[in-house]
Each structure stands twice: as C-alpha cells, then as structure tokens.
Design a protein around this ligand. Sequence first.
Ligand code: R1P
Ligand code: URA
Length: 340
Amino acid sequence: HKPLYKDANFPTDAEGRTYHLGTREGEVAPRILSVGSVARAQLLSSLLDPPAPGKQHFQRISSRGFLTITGRFEGAPVSIVSTHMGMPNMDFVVRENRAVVRGQIAIVRLGTCGAVQRPAKLGDLLVASHGSIAVRRDPDYWSMLEMDEHQPSALTANGSGSSNGHAANGHAAAVAQPNLCFVEGPSAPAGRRPYAVSLPVRSDPGLASILVEEAAAVVGPGRVVQGLNASADSFYSSQGRTGSLFDDGNEGLLGGLAAQHPDLVSLEMETFQLLDLARCSRGSIRATGMCVALAERYSNDFLEYSKLEALEIAGGTAALRALKRVPLVGPSAEELSEAA
Ligand code: R1P
Ligand code: URA
C-alpha cells in the first residue's frame, strides 16, 4: 500500500515519516554516523552494543534505499544512516534527520576519498578539520562555447569568434562570473570558467579534534591526516579525472586546486553539503567528516579492496567514539512541551 503524504513544503506521511528516509521521531538518535553505502552501514552496525535478548536494533530501509540503524554504542544511543552518493543525497540525510530529532544533533560522515597530495596516502584516515570547499562543473561554460560557435560576434567583445570552440578571446560581460578557473593556457577561452570552486566552510572544531584523537588512538597518529576537504559534484569531471570521451576542460583542475589550497588532502562528494547545512542550522547541528583514502590521485594508485573493510571498521570505531563523546545541548523546554 502506498503512504499518503501531506504538506508539499516538507512532506511526511500519516505516521510522521519523512519522504525520502522514511523515519519519524523516536527512531533516530541525536548522534548520527553517515556512511556512503548500505553495506558500510550494515558492517558498522556490528560495532553497536548487542541488543537486549530477543530484541533487534531498530532498522528501516526507505523506499528510496536509505537504511537507518539505531542502537547503542558503549551505552550511548546512536544511528547509522546510509547516505548514498553526492550532495543532494547528503541534503536529504541532514534535513530529514534534523526534522525527526529534538535538541542539538551531531553528524559525522565516514566516507572514502581520493588523497590529493602528500602527506595523505593510501589507506590513511583523512579528517576534514580545516573544513571543505565545493567544486562544481559549470555547464554554462560549454553553453557559451556553443553559442559562440553559432553567433560568434554576439558574445565576443572584439567580434572574433572561435572556430574550434576553445580559441576565442576577449569575451564580454556575459561570461564575467565570480568563480575560479583552473584551465590555463592556450585552450582556455578568456573569462570562461568550467569549474566553480566555493570558499571553505568550516568543520565543528571541537568535534573534529575529538575525532582526530579517536582516529589516532585506533590506527596510530601517523595514519591520520588533518586538512581541507573538497566535495565535487562528479566522481569524474570535477575531480579532475580525464578521458577522451567527454570534453571536460579539467586538465588543470587537480593541480590548480592543490596549488590554491596547500592544505587540501581529500576529494570526495558529500562533506561540503554536510558542513554547509550544519553552518546554516542555527547552531542545531555539529558536524565533521573523515574519509579512508581509497585512491592516490598523485600516484594513480588505488587501494586493494580486500583492505577496505578493516579500514572502515577502524574509521567507524573512531567516529562512533567521537559521537559518543561530543557534548550536545538537549531539547529546549519549549520543544519538550510541544512533544507532550
Ligand atoms: C564515489 O565512489 C563515492 O565514494 C565516496 C564519494 O564521496 C562518493 O560518495 O564516498 P563514500 O564511500 O562514502 O560513498
Ligand atoms: N571517492 C571519490 O569521490 N573520489 C575518489 O577518488 C575515491 C573515492
């Protein structure tokens, strides 16, 4: 049977369940571990305290495939939520969990990532202590190339069009945007920016430093690297992966990001959205992220998959310990009286 939703602004069903995650108040703990896959959520649920005899951990898989597991970790109520991939999915996870828990909440993301530059190396735990930037592909860059090809004089300041879509120069105000361009040299049409790079958004400093301590206690301090994260809107183009099948204009992207941010260590797809929403949550969300370095972008090495599970367990243990330790402000008297 299909649930009936009310309130197009923030849809919930008759039982108060959210539209994408399918959970309601009482089913999610204020301390949340967000992981990229259902398999990782299931694996890390083995770290939870065993349920009382004859009971099971709360588990709900939504119609959209988001799995929520709620139990206790060393006595503290926690939820593990599979988030899938990309910033829109992190948006669902943050907003819909925020809506079903009273009081302040803490969210730690445990993901996988590419290691951008040394000292980050394969298998390390990279903590976004310096926050995150976002890297987004700007489709207008290619639209402008197309428009330029069809109406060269309409878009160029000097009336000279481009014959190959990549050689025009002197572009007019239509292309003046405040974002950054990392494509340099003769193939970069002047003033055109294929990738927009945001300003950094910070991690919760207290939560990040507890997470670093716990990660170092699990894997040793030499395997934990703190720095800036970048979340991209693609695994491929906006992470600087190149190939001949698409014109991505990204040859200089990775080098440009590293040069512009010497503390950049990790490149993945969700942390920025988590930190941005926490920053906008009127103080109601404490958040940070940590990733297992799965790929070394500077050497082109990729972690052996057989080694990943142990690293996920190590990172998950550290993240759950940090979540347990982080102080949270409980629900206000107002919230409690609303609930009554
Ligand atoms: C891409 O393969 C996925 O892996 C990384 C990226 O952020 C993206 O979601 O994280 P997860 O392993 O948490 O999914
Ligand atoms: N996840 C990403 O998003 N990028 C990588 O390089 C590895 C994992």
